[in-house]
Design a protein around this ligand. Structure first.
Ligand SMILES: Cc1ncc(COP(=O)(O)O)c(C=O)c1O
Length: 429
């Protein structure tokens, strides 16, 4: 073949800036540089130990099988129990989830891809709150869908704009609203009022409402997350509401099990069946041994929540270390304290291009042979110009390493301003 002829959809699947930074960071590490990797949400915390037990027990049976395409019954039941327990334990009203409402997928990633494949036709639009988890664009592009955004702003605490503002972005092609709470990257937890408002809006316009709740357990302050499963509407609206919601979850962050690739769709049974049909025709099923491992982890936290409690404490300590270090080493930046997830967005008022700063920091700068990989935030926005002076840090290192990383960034910031000044000057050469 003279030249490659890729399908049009591949054109929309741009390499993510997160992965790009990761590739450069790994090359530099091989060359002997120490790189503090704060660019990807890959926790450094050991996974829940019961995962290995469940995995080993299933492997020892010698029967490694195709799983039902909707997921292992045991895991579906356990996950439903975990969700109900999560809400009951907090004394909050919620929709009761049963096994038939749960579909097991290859991470939240495939849960989202297959949800889009099940409900989105080429050219359809999904409205999403900006800033957003950048891979959503690609997940949707696989189904031929287009991401449109509802901007929110750090200066306003990333609050949901008024209904009229959201409604002005709804077109005849809009099929769904997607939101992520606690939010990666902003750290915002949308309130009961905001989530309920989204629910009413979705019903008014006959849209699906997709809640990405993978950071449900990652609470950094006093306020718990408010799930789509908690929304209370007038009885005459509830039936339609139940038919319109899809909750996405994952074992990746809750148990530090990113590599297990186990995630979930929670919805009414007919929706679950439609999405599982896509799974059946793509990956067939999720690895059975991994599902057994993950089921054991959920069983364990039902009887002993220590792991999740410790996880919250760990991330809170890291966030405190990061906020203190920012005040000390980068006092001029704007960095709202996140309420959940484990990311920190940092705006540099006097840096016009954070992409360039991030590359400078990674490739050109070092302090005693050490530097930091961060994620430029532009790719979390669709609105032109937004995120240009922002970066995102993932709090996936110890408090000491976070402090050291921010100290390095402080020095790099000073050096970068000198570098920028020099670049602006004409050379004699
Ligand atoms: C908001 C959000 N949704 C979904 C995912 C994908 O999670 P998984 O590892 O389960 O595919 C991530 C991963 O970082 C995420 O941050």
């Amino acid at each position: 073949m003279d030249s490659h002829r890729f399908a049009a959809r591949v054109e929309h699947l741009e390499p993510s800036s997160i992965r790009k930074m990761m590739g450069i960071a790994h090359r530099l590490v091989q060359e002997g540089k120490t790189v503090y990797e704060m660019n990807i949400g890959q926790p450094d915390i050991h996974c829940h130990p019961s995962f290995a037990e469940g995995l080993a027990a299933k492997t020892a049976t010698g029967h490694i099988c195709y799983s039902p395409f909707v997921g292992e019954t045991g895991l579906r039941e356990t996950f439903a129990r975990y969700l109900n327990h999560h809400f009951d334990n907090r004394g909050v009203k919620h929709l009761v989830v049963e096994k038939d409402n749960v579909h097991v997928t290859v991470g939240a990633s495939l849960a989202l891809v297959n949800t889009f494949l099940a409900f989105i036709n080429p050219g359809d639009e999904v409205l999403c709150i900006e800033p957003y988890f950048q891979p959503y664009v690609g997940f949707l592009a696989v189904a031929g869908g287009v991401l449109k955004t509802i901007p929110t702003f750090a200066e306003q605490g990333f609050v949901l704009p008024p209904d009229q503002e959201i409604e002005s972005r709804i077109t005849p092609r809009t099929r769904a609203i997607l939101f992520n709470s606690p939010c990666n990257p902003s750290g915002r937890i949308f309130t009961e009022e905001e989530v309920t408002r989204l629910a009413r809006l979705a019903l008014r316009h006959n849209l699906y409402l997709i809640g990405d709740e993978v950071y449900r357990e990652m609470i950094l302050g006093d306020r718990e997350s408010f799930s789509l499963l908690q929304v209370q509407l007038e009885p005459e609206l509830m039936e339609r509401y139940k038919n319109s919601i899809i909750v996405i979850d994952s074992a990746s962050k809750t148990f530090s099990l990113c590599g297990a690739r186990v995630g979930f769709v929670v919805a009414r049974a007919p929706l679950v069946e439609a999405i599982a049909r896509v799974t059946a025709h793509t990956v067939a099923s999720v690895s059975d041994i991994l599902q057994f491992g993950v089921a054991r982890a959920y069983e364990q936290i039902l009887s002993d929540p220590t792991f999740v409690r410790d996880l919250r404490r760990t991330y809170r300590e890291r966030l405190d270390a990061a906020m203190d270090a920012l005040a000390e080493f980068l006092p001029g930046v704007v960095a709202p304290r996140p309420e959940g997830a484990f990311y920190l967005m940092i705006q540099f008022p006097d840096i016009p291009d954070a992409n360039e700063f991030a590359m400078f920091l990674l490739e050109r700068f070092n302090l005693g042979g050490e530097t930091v990989a961060v994620t430029p935030a532009e790719s979390f926005y669709q609105t032109p110009g937004r995120g240009r002076n922002e970066i995102r840090l993932a709090l996936v290192l110890s408090p000491e390493k976070i402090r050291r990383s921010i100290a390095i960034m402080g020095e790099a910031y000073k050096a970068y301003k000198v570098f920028q000044g020099l670049q602006g000057k004409a050379s004699l050469r």
